[in-house]
Write a protein that binds this ligand. Structure first.
Ligand SMILES: [Zn+2]
Length: 267
């Protein structure tokens, strides 16, 4: 069985004491691919995920400015992002988007979001979207500035309901479900899992955050994607093996992982 964790923060300080073991446990749990999100502590460091991806075969990277770091972006940041998108380990721009939860003004966030959409479109790469308390603005930006590109978009840590899932699916987007899906009160999210076509569904951990049951409240790690997979398979009424095959196939297609890269040597 090969699972794919489409969203993990492996550079996070919470992994500083045992990062190699965390990656090894993911492998043992049947995780074939990991997408390390490169937003890190924000600019000027844009290479947090690339540094990790370069050392471990099953790990690929993203680069991007998280909306909470929007105020740290400069013209030089955008120039460097454009160049880093050509790095062979980088498979997407992310996580980018809008987050109105922490009080960063929208006037600061929206231009940074739009600039990154333009850079990703130029590079012809997919985007990984973060949205929090900013649903309608995020969808509006994507509808206007991304859908016309025809390029893929993955909504990370999808915690909306079936209706919000349909809004995204109508725009052609993919949805990634994480640990929150396993919580007892997440009825709306489980409805969203039900209405998502299997070829648009991905799994993620968002580790070290949002661990699935039975690890809720603990540090999350990529191996735990197996617990979310089990719950999602149950909701869909299919075997975990079938879910793994489909979601990992989706990961390979979305992020254009080629068999040659898949077998790249571990160094
Ligand atoms: Zn994240």
């Amino acid at each position: 069985m090969g699972l794919a964790d489409s969203h993990c923060h492996l550079d996070d300080r919470q992994f500083d004491t045992d990062r190699p073991e965390v990656i090894e446990r993911a492998r043992e749990a049947g995780v074939s691919y990991l997408l390390a999100i490169g937003t890190g502590d924000g600019p000027p460091d844009l290479e947090a995920a690339i540094r990790i991806a370069e050392r471990h075969a099953p790990i690929y990277a993203t680069v991007g400015i998280h909306p909470n770091d929007a105020a740290k972006a400069t013209p030089d940041t955008f120039r460097r992002l454009a160049s880093l998108l050509r790095h062979h380990e980088v498979k997407a721009m992310g996580e980018i988007g809008l987050d109105y939860h922490w009080g960063v003004p929208k006037e600061t966030q929206i231009p940074v979001f739009r600039e990154q959409l333009a850079i990703a479109a130029d590079a012809q790469l997919p985007i990984v979207i973060h949205t929090r308390d900013a649903w309608s603005d995020t969808l509006e930006e994507l509808r206007t500035h991304w859908t016309p590109t025809g390029l893929p978009c993955l909504l990370h840590c999808f915690t909306g309901d079936a209706e919000q899932a349909r809004e995204c699916l109508d725009l052609g987007f993919h949805l990634a479900f994480g640990g929150v899906t396993t919580f007892p009160k997440s009825h709306g999210i489980r409805e969203a899992v039900r209405v998502t076509p299997i070829d648009r569904l991905l799994l993620e951990t968002d580790s070290p955050y949002l661990a699935p049951a039975p690890y809720r409240g603990k540090r999350n790690e990529p191996a735990y994607v197996a617990h979310t997979a089990k719950v999602v398979a149950e909701i869909r009424g299919i075997s975990v093996e079938e879910l793994a095959a489909k979601t990992t196939g989706n990961f390979e297609r979305l992020f254009r992982i080629t068999p040659a890269e898949d077998s790249k040597s571990n160094h």
